[in-house]
Every structure is written in structure tokens, then in C-alpha cells.
Design a protein around this ligand. Sequence first.
Ligand SMILES: [Zn+2]
Ligand SMILES: [Zn+2]
Length: 362
Amino acid sequence: MPGPDKLEQARACELREFPLPELEVDSALLRVELSEVCGTDVHLRDGRLTGVPYPIIPGHVSVGTLERIRGTICDVNGRPFAEGDRVTFLDVHLTCHSCWYCLVAKASTRCPKRKVYGITYGIADGLTGGWAEYIYLKPGVRCIGMDGIASDLYMAGGCSLPTSLHAVERADVQFGDTVLVLGSGPVGLSAIAFSMLRGAGRVLCIGAPDERLTYACRMGADDVFNFTEHTLTVRSDWVLQRTDGRGADVTIECTGSPAAVTEAMRFTRDGGRVVVVGQYTDHGVTSFNPHLDLNRKHLDIRGCWGSDYSHFHRAVDMLRNPRAAALWSTLKLERYALTKVNEALAAVESGRTIKALVVPTR
Ligand SMILES: [Zn+2]
Ligand SMILES: [Zn+2]
């Protein structure tokens, strides 16, 4: 991905060849089996994220085989990996665990030192993205063995797994809660499943298009509504009718539309919780009434930025549970060769595809 500064190239990826890296001590070379194309990649293509060191190799969540290891790489249980092991890895690297955000605020996803494969690492940093035959796993990259989890199943969730698990944790979903999920993209779909698995009494979803809402039902939504076909008033009535006139206990915003944040506030009951996870890029402003929408409602609104190792680890572990695996295995996958990633980006942007994967093998 060359970067949006070159306008004629801004909307296109190109194939490039690179030599394989010299491995540092305690690093590895991962042969990529599958990577993915997500909404963030569309924003990267369009230059909508700050701090991106173009040119980059996109693809921040991937699965593959450890082809070469120099030194030792262990999992969190201290078990060393061997060449030939199938693994995935946390795309976030270099969280310092020694800065003010890490140690005092305990908000390590705001650590200024952190780098993310496929997003804030660029070609200058080496083979640091998944849309490639190989990824260089630098010293300190955290891997998880994929024993018992099919690569397809894991990538059906992909980057939406830790993101939505983090959002559902932030939402503090209680047994029996009515959870409203705004948005039916990958993060919304995974948020539906995690909310249900966490004990929600009922999960509602407002999204689009209809095909995605069908998948929302498969992921555990009890009732769905297409926002493109109904006015704000009708959508609000739809929520109130299902919540004894109060609104949802918890609303998780996964849309990317600033207006949806205000709607999330209005669709949530007094004293309820709103988690905003869908505003990963700057889509502009929205307005709300501080008295009516926030203060008088005694609302608890929480932002949710990125994910840390715990979200990644728990999300992978959940897929070892057959009930959870059954949910994500319903999602439709579309596969694209490295030569077709621009088409994959267009498909993701259009909302036509549920999950687009990159298959780098020649
Ligand atoms: Zn830090
Ligand atoms: Zn992503």
C-alpha cells in the first residue's frame, strides 16, 4: 500500500518482492496461511488513519506456520514453539509496560510506544504485514498456538474477535441484560456473539444490509432491524417496544458513523451503559443534548480503543469452546489471492462481503 500522498496510487495496492530477513535472536519467520481485509484496511488505503508510515504491507491479523525460529519463542505458559507450529500472533508489539499509561492509568492500549503490524509498522520496519507470503515476527511478538482451532474458524472472526471482546468487557454485560448492537459488520457480529456468551438475556441489532442481518441472527441476535429502511423515530420505537419503554441496558456502537453514537445514547435506558468502539477513524462530529441525552439519563459512556494481549488470548481461547466455535463457523468467507487485494478492499468497502480473507500462497 503506497500511501495516499500519491493520489493516483492512493486507491491501489501493488505487489512487491522483498528479500527474506535476517532473523534476530528470539524472532521467527511466519509463513502466512491466511490474512484478512477489514474496514481498517479500507481506511488505510484512503489515508484516514494518522501515524501510518507508508508504504506499508497491510494485514494486521493473520495465521500461519512458524517456518524458522532463531532462539526461543514461548507462549504465555512458558512452552517453547517449534518450527512447523501453526500460530497466530498479537498484532500489537512493543507495549512498554513501563510508561504512565501502562503503569498508572492501566490503559495499555494507549501506550505511546506500541506498534501494530500492518498499521503503524511499515515496509521500513521489515515484513510487518499479513498480505504477504511471510511475516517477520520480531523479538517480543506474542504468539498463540492454534491447536484445536481451524484457521478458517479463527479468521472468520479475525481482528473483530479481540476488538469486540474488549468492547463487551467494557460494556460490563450482566446476566439478563438487553444488549443493543449498532452495526452488523464484523465487529458488530462478534459483539453479538460475545454478548450472548457473556449472559445477555437478549441481543438486538440494528444494521444493514439484510444479508448481514441474517448473519447477525446466526451469531445470536434475537431481533434485527435494517436502519436504512426506517427513520430514527421508528428505530427508537423499535428499541423501546422491546425494552418495556426504557431502552437497552447496554448499547455497543460498532458502526463507524458519528451519528450512531448519539443514537446509542438515545436508545439506552437511564442508568445504562454505552460503549463506543466503531469510531476507529475520524469520521467527524456529532451533536447531542447534554441534559437530555447524558446527564439526566445518568448514562455511562465508555470509549474502547484497540486491544491488549488479554483480549486476544481470551478471544482465541473462546474458539476452543464448541458453542462459541459454532457461531463463528456460520460466517461466510471470501478468499482473495495477493493479486486481488484491491478487489477485496472494494468488496469490504461496499458491505457486500461478510469476511474477506487474503490467501498469499502462490
Ligand atoms: Zn507503555
Ligand atoms: Zn482489522
